[in-house]
Design a protein around this ligand. Sequence first.
Ligand code: ADP
Ligand code: MG
Length: 566
Amino acid sequence: MAQETMSFQAEVKQLLQLMIHSLYSNKEIFLRELISNASDAADKLRFEAIANSGLYENDPNLRIRVAFDKDARTITIDDNGIGMSREEAVSHLGTIARSGTKEFFSQLSGDQQKDAALIGQFGVGFYSGFIVADKITVETRRAGLPASEGVRWISAGEGDFSVETIERAQRGTTITLHLRAEEDELLSSHRLQSIIRKYSDHVALPILMKQEEWDAEKGEMIVKDEDETVNQASALWTRPKSEIEDEQYKQFYHHLAHDEQDPLAWTHNRVEGRSEYTQLLYVPARAPFDLWNRDHRSGLKLYVKRVFIMDDAEQLLPPYLRFVKGVVDSADLPLNVSREILQESRDVKAIREGVTKRVLSMLEEMANAETEEGKAKYATFWKEFGQALKEGLGEDFTNRDRIGKLVRFASTHTDSAEQTVALADYVARMKPEQTKIYYVTADAWLAAKNSPHLEVFRKKGIEVLLLTDRVDEWALAYFTEFDGKPLASVARGDLDINAFDDEEKKAHEAVGETLKPLVEKMKDVLKDKAKDVRLTFRLTDSPSCLVADDGEMTGYLQRMLKAAGQ
Ligand code: ADP
Ligand code: MG
């Protein structure tokens, strides 16, 4: 087919402009992104070759090659992975904006540093080449297609790109970056190697470069014909813990999560027994912009015996832990496992239970930290992911008690909207005669704090939890007691605050007698609007308040369901 010129999709254009400008100070990442794509392409080939070994085409040694040409001022990244067909090149490199692009744009702040981090998180990948190149040529052929179905894709990263069909004997993809005028410093073996070691050391594939040697006669470095492997080239999680440094764990996380920030915590271990697998799990320091989207992708990659199987293996994690990033490498699952099989598999169920326990232990460790730094970490975790974790109170019956110890609330004890109070702290402060944990729900902290229901509690010095997250009331419909103490809404009917003393009680009874006719009259007037009218001594400043019956929805939940159209 002849050459054709096509326009980038509108959002791709916007993204390109933005990236070239805001990521410039961090330009080295282009190499990380292109190597990561080459590594993904190798993973995909291995995976497809499970069913069709012919795809290897007598070239089974997967590798990535990085080279440069000083005279032509180019850098090339070459892989013998899956490659792309013409349609794939057109759609993957130009016309399809990934899901979440719109949302991504809506989150941009205009602050370069923040936006750069967001872009990294979004994983702009391929287009980062345009930070250093004013023209990119991609030559590729998909594994299994004939040599006559190679593709050449060229773009200057502005409005459009061209594609044409070419002869290409070699399977896989060669990406050539034609460097911008001021980028000559990248044309150095030393420089490229140090970038590769910094960002791509953990890539499981060898990254090859030609060796260089000092030629004393000529007084310059000359490129030899022998290859050298620049990176470690072994999957990090397969190496023994004792041999891995913190820095390497962090670098692996950056690669895995597309997140420039360091993770808050991680855990790495091999599980043996009924089900055999290795897990390396991270808690990020920041929620991705799409955590609350329905189509948010979960962060676990599934490998089987070191062969990459899939991203986004949501069956391996309960939804309330969707913020966790990491790798699970199973020794038992079949290589041709599909999402459907995953749903049914007992091995997967065992893995999910194991991963869940492991994450909860990691969070417990963070929550129990004694140092200021450790405490700050848990506070960060809670700010970013607390609402997701609370969903676990309603979702995960098996681990409800453990989750109950991890949740944090605002309360009348701290007089701050920040959620820092653990239920155990609340219980430790309970009055001797107090049997319940009291809470009030509202849609904002100020509203909760000023709720008329709180007056009597304040007067008696009883602490009340102030619940203002959308998920709270739903979660507490399932989470009904902690440490043997029932949780009780202050907005429900009869409150047995046993703190009344006898004299007070007698006085109340006397007042009750006197006011009986009034109460009867009000009942009559309100008979279509209220189920009952009761005299109360709970209020100290307000004349009246609405309460819900036991087992009935409170006002807040009613309003919420109504807002959700139920
Ligand atoms: P991502 O890697 O997050 O999908 P990228 O922008 O890095 O996003 O790449 C876009 C897509 O282009 C990839 O998903 C893949 O389909 C295709 N692609 C990029 N580089 C290669 C390559 N070296 N080999 C095969 N396909 C590639
Ligand atoms: Mg990529």
